[in-house]
Design a protein around this ligand. Structure first.
Ligand code: AMP
Ligand code: ZN
Length: 143
């Protein structure tokens, strides 16, 4: 269920100032703060101020606003931490590792040989499978 504010939501409480955080960014629609359990120093979460559970729930205009903030947030995180690069991670649903049900982007600064790793096993399509998926996804987008 999608609500403007969810009184049970830890990120809504942070936005409202009812829970503490290390805030790095705030505008009318978007909020950025340090992840309490950083994967690396400077790990930032970027969230919409309004409560939407997943990426799929975000209104396009809000998603565009968030997209317009991400590059400057990423640049600030990289420059201030001295990182060599950065991962953007966005989990949707329990099966995908989402723990907090308020849509969020992780910005994880990376340095060479930091040992964090990041490799998913690459798969392979059976003959005709890619074509079928391509058709299905294109059709869904046309709806
Ligand atoms: P996800 O697994 O994508 O839902 O990530 C949720 C993230 O929220 C985790 O990396 C947590 O460390 C982080 N988190 C949970 N509670 C807080 C909090 N009170 N302040 C900052 N970060 C939090
Ligand atoms: Zn929320």
């Amino acid at each position: 269920m999608t609500l403007e504010v969810n009184s049970e939501c830890v990120f809504c409480k942070i936005v409202a100032g009812d829970l503490p955080c290390h805030r790095v960014y705030s505008d009318d629609n978007v909020f950025g703060f340090l992840d309490i359990g950083p994967v690396s120093p400077g790990h930032v979460l970027v969230i919409p101020k309004r409560h939407f559970e997943t990426l799929v729930d975000l209104p396009a205009e809000l998603a565009a606003t968030m997209g317009s903030v991400l590059p400057k947030m990423a640049k600030a995180v990289i420059e201030s931490t001295g990182a060599d690069g950065l991962n953007v991670l966005q989990n949707n649903g329990v099966c995908a590792g989402q723990v907090v049900n308020h849509a969020h982007f992780h910005l994880v600064p990376r340095v060479a040989d930091d040992g964090l790793g990041y490799r998913w096993r690459a798969g392979k399509y059976e003959p005709g499978e890619a074509e079928k998926l391509c058709e299905q996804i294109s059709a869904a987008l046309a709806l």
